[in-house]
Write a protein that binds this ligand. Structure first.
Ligand code: GLO
Ligand code: MG
Length: 378
């Protein structure tokens, strides 16, 4: 039974995930547009408890204030009708060609100001939807042409931008937090805030570091060849895990944004183990794209698949924790800590003999993941 144990977990999706139309750098969209209100209802109907959005997913850039308010009212009504909540807001400061040379790092002050204006307007939208987090992924805050600016200048511009945004959010004083989502590169440009490590170091240079955290994404870690669970672990260890984006990705390739469970099961297992064993209270947010071959109906299979993959992996985590042989191996491994120095001539009476158990332990992870182990409830 997966239901009871997972009932407290809140599953969330970016509105942009189900609104994604299947385009990639080499192919045109394969699905018709999905209205954001339908996205909210569809998510609620297929097991999600929450959503994230870019303000622009709901409110097309250039909308008048009355139009914005009408869309916000409609979204709030839809949230009330379905019981779904908004857990994070952000802003699309990347797709408009005006940001082609960067948002906060652009070499043009007027573009940097536009980026700030976009973020501030989106923060307002986040407030009005009750979002507790404003999450920024600066998709153009990097460079295609290294010679075009000094990375130090870029970091200073990012610092100034984030300081101003943190200040702006704090002035509204309703507890909203700010986060940065790292990513190593876009197809052609490298980004300055590339990994969790970069972001943690960068946050320490801000005026209000305590208000700013990080949102690791599994695919972004894998793009950099890093272990997603260790990326998440660094954020947790620093008390900075403000959110997480779950998906799947084969390492060292450009953004595949596969459905959670779509690749690298073992890495995903260790991420889920970390979130579950550490009792991380935040929403389990999915940020992936349905396949380009998926039709409009299949988008909801994608949603169910992400949620179910998390629930199954959480159940595997429980099986691993309760498996008697795993427990015995981990018990023996813990005893090594008290072992005598191997160079001491005579080991004290009763000390354990050190035999490497990792081969077996690792294989047991495989057996549990494959469902070939009959221990526990599963
Ligand atoms: C793209 C990112 C993007 C962010 C989103 C946050 O690679 O994962 O989807 O998560 O812009 O607002
Ligand atoms: Mg993401």
């Amino acid at each position: 039974m997966l239901g009871g144990e997972t009932a407290q977990r809140r599953f969330s999706f970016g509105l942009w995930t189900v609104m994604n139309r299947g385009a990639d750098p080499f192919g045109a969209p394969t699905r018709s547009p999905l209205d954001p209100l339908q996205a909210i209802s569809g998510l609620a109907a297929h097991g999600a408890h929450a959503f994230e959005l870019h303000a622009e997913d709901l409110i097309p850039p250039g909308s008048s204030l009355p139009e914005r308010d009408r869309l916000l009212r409609a979204a709030r009504q839809r949230m009330e009708d379905t019981g779904i909540v908004c857990v994070a807001c952000g802003s699309d400061v990347f797709s408009d060609p005006i940001f082609k040379d960067g948002g906060l790092v652009s070499n043009e002050a007027r573009v940097r100001r536009q980026a700030m204006a976009r973020y501030m307007a989106a923060i307002e939208v986040g407030h009005l939807l009750g979002a507790p987090l404003f999450n920024i992924w600066g998709g153009r805050d990097g460079a295609e042409v290294d010679a075009s600016r000094s990375p130090i200048d870029a970091l200073k511009r990012l610092r100034d931008g984030f300081n101003e945004l943190a200040e702006y959010i704090a002035r509204q004083s309703d507890g909203m937090r700010l986060s940065i989502e790292p990513k190593p590169n876009e197809p052609r440009g490298d980004l300055y805030l590339a990994t969790v490590g970069h972001v943690l170091a960068f946050i320490a240079t801000l005026d209000r570091p305590e208000h700013v955290g990080v949102v690791p994404e599994l695919a972004h870690a894998a793009m950099a060849g890093l272990h997603p669970a260790y990326e998440v672990a660094h954020a947790l260890y620093a008390g900075k895990l403000f959110g997480v984006h779950l998906n799947a990705q084969r390492p060292l390739r450009f953004d595949q944004d596969l459905r959670f469970g779509g690749a690298n099961l073992k890495d995903s297992f260790f991420v889920v183990q970390l979130l579950e064993e550490e009792n991380w209270p935040g929403p389990r947010s999915f940020d992936a794209h349905p396949y380009r071959t998926t039709d409009e109906q299949g988008v909801w299979e994608f949603v169910k698949g992400c949620i179910r993959a998390y629930q199954i992996l959480a159940e595997k985590v429980r099986q691993f924790r309760e498996d008697p042989e795993v427990q015995e191996l981990l018990h023996q491994i813990r005893q090594w800590d008290e072992m005598a120095d191997p160079h001491e001539a005579a080991a004290p009476e009763g000390s354990v003999r050190r035999v490497f158990l990792y081969e077996r332990l690792d294989h047991l992870v495989f057996e549990i993941l494959m469902g070939t182990r009959s221990s526990g409830r599963g």
